[in-house]
Design a protein around this ligand. Structure first.
Ligand SMILES: C[S@@+](CC[C@H](N)C(=O)[O-])C[C@H]1O[C@@H](n2cnc3c(N)ncnc32)[C@H](O)[C@@H]1O
Ligand code: SF4
Ligand code: SF4
Length: 477
């Protein structure tokens, strides 16, 4: 029988409204890649265990008696132990190799409507800040032809001290997810210290990287593996090395990024192939999807090229051509296939808000500006003079603050949008309109994509219903 209960190092978790009937705890097990949600007394109990790295059986029983849970306590800890969400002192040493997350399982998890998504909405409704996105630096070891980052990339980095302050504030505000990106986040001198600290605070960490530093420094990769991030996203634009390097403009970059995918698979780390498709790479989209499958990764494929953060549309010279866009939307093997969709619902512009940027999540860039997201440079404050928690709290109660105003708008604020049939097919992003023109403007590119999706959607639908009726043929002999 165990004497001590511990929270394993692969757990990310956050508890909310502990001690109330609404108590909730989200737990991500980044070893077996499973996320669960506890409510009520079970949530309170896990929050109690999280207060210390190790809880003695005696303390646990005392807690259980005080809360009327004595009869259930052993069953509860055993259940959590089976899910590897608590450890016992009797456990034998566990090494850091995790279970691989296979591609199809991930697709299935996603379609179930992730717990995280439901929790993000719930948390925002209760006034919590669900996630933070930090661009640690604009420095980069590649020069991708489509990159939205500023033309002049300063050498600023978010220091460990500043990141620690942000993490402390974010955790106090209820934050569960932290994404680090850039530029190339691994080039921040304090990169690994920041990840270590975030994991110490049990944040669920996502890392966006091109992977080059991890290839060059296997110890860095190993440290990341041992810190159990939720996911490491690696950008690979094509399964074809030469086409990928046409985008990154650095010879040898493909081999390195793909070698890192291989290593992540070996260690069972949940990875993602991030693959925005350009005209230069789109001919190989099928092979790129296969590459993601080969390395057991999720795939994030997109064709929406944002203008640069300064609003320069030069990135659009790489947009996928219309013929290939149609193929991506109409081919059942494409992750962007629209044929399997249900009819998109009507949009209630007076009820729905624009997106998660600035509400469920805040983004901090290397200049320490607090903005909506990488593609929504709407500034809510500056960490040079303010604390994140003060910006957020002000946004919750001061109707004059930019954050408050943003969090209280609905889609009706976008006066030129949501008037056409094709708007139901729009992957709406407030930042796109802002970067292309001005805040609340509609986006030329999103309009074009929405129209194409609608056209393909109805063509595919009509083809299905045009099929002549065929009586089934009995196969039984
Ligand atoms: C800016 S990078 C930062 C992280 C890391 N350096 C990398 O490349 O993965 C994050 C992601 O944004 C994508 N990206 C860059 N410029 C873009 C643009 N103009 N439109 C859409 N996605 C873009 C990249 O391809 C990459 O997958
Ligand atoms: S997309 Fe990423 S790797 Fe490429 S230049 Fe931009 S920041 Fe660097
Ligand atoms: S960007 Fe275009 S397609 Fe999207 S909602 Fe606005 S008008 Fe409609």
């Amino acid at each position: 029988m165990y004497q001590t209960v511990t929270i394993p190092k692969w757990i990310a978790c956050r508890s909310y409204l502990v001690g109330t009937p609404e108590s909730k705890t989200i737990i991500a097990n980044n070893k077996v890649h499973k996320t669960i949600l506890l409510d009520g007394p079970a949530s309170d109990l896990y929050a109690f265990l999280c207060e210390n790295d190790a809880t003695s059986k005696e303390n646990l029983e005392k807690y259980a008696t005080e809360h009327g849970l004595s009869a259930e306590i052993d069953g509860f800890t055993e259940q959590l132990h089976a899910l590897k969400m608590v450890g016992f002192d009797t456990d034998t040493e566990d090494n850091y190799v995790s279970a691989p997350l296979n591609y199809n399982q991930d697709a299935e998890e996603k379609s179930k409507g992730a717990i995280e998504d439901r929790m993000a909405k719930w948390a925002f409704g209760k006034g919590f800040l669900w996630s933070v996105f930090m661009e640690l630096t604009y420095k980069c070891n590649l020069r991708c032809i489509h990159c939205y980052n500023p033309a002049f990339r300063g050498m600023e980095e978010i220091s460990f001290e500043k990141a620690k302050e942000v993490i402390d504030d974010a955790v106090e505000l209820g934050c569960f997810e932290l994404t680090v990106s850039g530029g190339e986040c691994t080039l921040d001198s304090d990169f690994i210290k920041i990840i270590e600290y975030a994991r110490q605070k049990r944040l669920n960490v996502h890392i966006f990287t091109n992977g080059l530093s991890l290839y060059q420094n296997p110890n860095l990769l190993k440290k990341i593996v041992e810190l159990y991030p939720y996911q490491v996203g690696i950008s690979v634009y094509s399964a074809n090395k030469h086409l990928h390097e046409k985008v990154t403009t650095v010879a040898g970059s493909w081999d390195k990024s793909v070698a890192v995918l291989e290593e992540l698979k070996k260690y069972g780390v949940h990875s993602q192939v991030k693959t925005v498709q350009l005209n230069e790479t789109v001919d190989t989209w099928r092979d790129t999807v296969e590459l993601a499958k080969k390395y057991d990764t999720a795939i994030a494929i997109d064709v929406t090229l944002t203008p640069t953060i300064e609003g320069d549309k030069k990135t659009w010279s790489h947009l996928v051509n219309d013929e290939k866009l149609t193929e991506l939307f109409s081919n059942p093997e494409s992750p962007m296939y629209v044929g399997g969709w249900k009819e998109p619902p009507e949009i209630d512009v007076n009820r729905d808000g624009p997106c998660y940027a600035g509400s469920h999540t805040l983004c901090i860039n290397p200049n320490l500006n607090v903005v909506g997201c990488v593609s929504l440079p709407l500034k809510f404050g500056s960490l040079k003079t303010q604390r994140l928690k003060d910006i957020w709290t002000d946004g919750q109660k001061n109707p004059e603050s930019e954050l408050y105003k943003w969090q209280h708008i609905t889609l009706a604020a976008f006066k030129d949008c949501f008037k056409e049939d094709y708007c139901r097919f729009c992957h709406f992003c407030a930042g796109m309109g802002m970067l292309e023109d001005k805040l609340y403007a509609k986006s030329e590119l999103l309009c074009k994509l929405a129209k194409m999706k609608m056209k393909v959607f109805y063509e595919l639908k009509n083809k299905q219903t045009d099929k002549p009726y065929q009586a089934g043929i009995c196969q039984m002999k």
